[in-house]
Write a protein of this length. Structure first.
Length: 76
């Protein structure tokens, strides 16, 4: 992993997700996302549209705590 990749925790999360969900779901819901930045206890991810935010992130992460062991909150 390159130095710049180590500063991007979203890549690490995506690597873990890729191992836990099927390839089609990963390519559909997670490949189109990108890391924006982070602050203390917050990670900012860009998604293509509100449907991605509502379905992929809120529904998937809230219903499968094993995919993301932490609290997911949305901010506007």
């Amino acid at each position: 992993m390159e130095a710049k990749d180590k500063q991007n925790p979203w890549l690490q999360i995506m690597d873990a997700l890729q191992e836990k969900i099927d390839k089609n779901s990963y390519e559909t819901w997670f490949e189109p996302t990108s890391y924006i930045g982070q602050e203390t206890n917050s990670l900012y991810i860009k998604v293509p549209n509100s449907y991605f935010k509502d379905w992929a992130f809120l529904s998937l992460f809230k219903h499968d705590k094993q995919l993301f062991p932490g609290t997911l909150r949305e901010s506007f």
